[in-house]
Write a protein that binds this ligand. Sequence first.
Ligand code: ADP
Length: 155
Amino acid sequence: MIHDRTLILIKPDALNRGLVGEIIKRFENKGLKMVGMKMIRLNDQILREHYSHLADKPFFPRIAEFMKGWPVIALVLEGLEVVESVRFITGETSGRKADAGTIRGDFSMSIQANIVHASDSVENAITEIQRFFTEDELHSWERNNFEVIYAEDER
Ligand code: ADP
């Protein structure tokens, strides 16, 4: 089975509201595997690349100020059809329109401050993961439900 990867950014509104754990919990509960995670401070150059499709929108400068004003948490998640699956649980762009039960639907009343970024296609996910992570920062691992969890302690 081929498992894809997707890039998540937990945005400054979630960080300020103390929702980082809640967001990660939803991805873990869903059954997705974290293979990369770090806190980073974005700059103008990376934001211009990441939001190049919005560069000439009037709201672009505001998004850039918002996204570089605080650190963000970058995650890489792995799973079967993970890109599409994560977009379903993220919800649509506007928190006011996103379905209840989705991350944006449950936690946001804003378009800009909509809690998370999630890659919107397998192709973009590959580009975005390379933008935010080096190969060394990504970790493949196999689930082990027994030895790790019930490891015998040293006496
Ligand atoms: P998505 O994040 O759902 O893939 P887009 O790629 O269209 O959506 O937009 C990227 C981000 O830009 C959104 O998540 C949101 O934070 C911001 N954004 C989009 N449209 C607007 C808008 N009209 N006003 C303010 N911010 C916006």
